[in-house]
Design a protein around this ligand. Sequence first.
Ligand code: COA
Length: 169
Amino acid sequence: MYYQRPHGRTMKGLTSAERSAKNKRDKKSLVEDGRSHGVLLYDGDNAIGWCAYGLKQEYPRIDNGRNYKRLSLKEDSERLWRIACFFVDRDYRKKGVAKIALKAALDSIKAKGGGVVEAYPVTHKSARAWSKWSNWFWFGTESMFKREKFRLVGPMGPHHLLMRRTVQP
Ligand SMILES: CC(C)(COP(=O)(O)OP(=O)(O)OC[C@H]1O[C@@H](n2cnc3c(N)ncnc32)[C@H](O)[C@@H]1OP(=O)(O)O)[C@@H](O)C(=O)NCCC(=O)NCCS
């Protein structure tokens, strides 16, 4: 939900439990309104991973980010999609599940009419440095997007890149 809120003001003063409950409630209502997209990956009946994506308007917090603003991008295409978050169950990590999730998200965007798709992966350098102690590459890694023909637009702060590609309908 973090990037789906334009800012964090509505969460101020809430306890961790209250934030969690509010996130679930708000996510549910976005899904019911058709304003939240994602692909879920299953192993049999078990959900083991996801990739959340959506139109630019569904992720307003990205536009408000200092490092995104610094890129001063020219007016976006009418259909600008964002790859916002990956999550893979711990038991299934480092087996290529996130790569499959990305392919599935791109197929899903294609089926919805395509457009420009942007992503904010962690740079190789930061991924190498962080991997010793953390697993928080929820925006994905540079190589995942290169493999899917995304091109570099520019650096987004010291640890992330802005990459884009067009998906034809
Ligand atoms: C980041 C994450 C999605 C990766 O999923 P995964 O299925 O293990 O990734 P894959 O096996 O498909 O690998 C994708 C790429 O990421 C790299 N990678 C994955 N885990 C890594 C790690 N811990 N350190 C460095 N690189 C890593 C892989 O080497 C691969 O790179 P390549 O394209 O150069 O081969 C998973 O570790 C995760 O869910 N982490 C928690 C993220 C989270 O908290 N999300 C919720 C926040 S909203």
